[in-house]
Design a protein around this ligand. Structure first.
Ligand code: HPA
Length: 263
């Protein structure tokens, strides 16, 4: 599947104008309720103004694109992820990824809220994704080899001394319902460490388009059956909000350590 130039061009022209001639080191797509503090923003567009942009329907997804500075680097921040469970076809979920590539940005940072399966993945911790398992089949095909850039991830781990980060395997489920405790037991046996409903479709498309991918699961809850606490979207949103300061610090390193490759 390919997006035609005609579908992407009007959106990319608008964002080019918003960037004012700057070339971001990376684009960042944030998931449910997640936010980061940019050092400065110099352009902002509501998603509804961007032609072709697939608008989010889920609580906690603002729907905007911001051009700004994080640490010392230019970034394009997309708040307003869409999911397959919103009834949106996979190719439309990938619109943002195609748009980022059309803008000539080769480095993509994907962030998703997730439930922790592995014992150390408590709410507030962050897991850098080294690989994934798909609980349901997806059409997108990674180009070849690893989807998640190992060198980039390693540089971030070295730079992030003091932050609660580890690496692991992300399990993608289509949602929208949370998993059953039995599913979590099965995922754990298969090697899954955290579970979420986004990130993987975009990572596969980005990889298929030859982009470098860095992905983070922000742990907002223990996965189903692993905690006595009630699991729901409002709990996820609250924990995601509380993660802002740590996530910002991590992404400063992620962007600073991004591969120096532009089109
Ligand atoms: N499961 C699936 N998606 C999620 C979870 C979870 O436990 N937490 C945040 N997103």
């Amino acid at each position: 599947m390919n997006y035609t130039q005609s579908r992407l061009k009007p959106a990319s022209l608008l964002i080019h104008r918003c960037l004012g001639g700057r070339q971001p080191s990376a684009a960042i797509i944030l998931g449910s309720g997640l936010s980061i503090q940019l050092d400065r923003s110099y352009g902002e567009l509501p998603a509804s103004d961007i032609p072709g942009f697939v608008l989010p329907t889920v609580d906690g997804h603002i729907g905007r694109v911001v051009a700004g500075i994080l640490g010392q680097r230019d970034v394009l921040l997309i708040q307003g992820r869409v999911h397959c469970y919103e009834g949106i076809p996979e190719k439309n979920v990938a619109f943002q990824v195609h748009l980022i590539r059309e803008l000539g940005i080769r480095n993509i940072v994907l962030v998703s809220a997730a439930g922790g399966i592995r014992g150390d993945l408590d709410p507030g911790s962050m897991m850098l994704v080294e690989d994934h398992l798909c609980a349901q089949p997806l059409q997108a095909k990674a180009k070849r080899g690893a989807v998640y850039d190992a060198g980039w991830r390693q540089r971030v781990i070295t730079a992030s001394d003091g932050l609660r980060v580890s690496c692991g395997v992300f399990v993608w489920t289509i949602g929208p319902s949370y998993e059953t405790p039995a599913e979590i037991v099965a995922f754990e046996r298969r090697g899954g460490n955290a579970v979420g409903m986004s990130l993987v479709p975009e990572a596969l498309w980005a990889s298929a388009l030859g982009m470098r991918v860095f992905a983070v699961a922000v742990i907002t809850n223990r996965a189903s059956g692993l905690s006595k606490r009630k699991l729901g979207h409002s709990e996820v949103l609250r924990a995601a909000f509380n993660a802002q300061a740590n996530l910002t610090q991590l992404l400063v390193h992620a962007v600073a350590q991004s591969p120096k490759l532009h089109v």
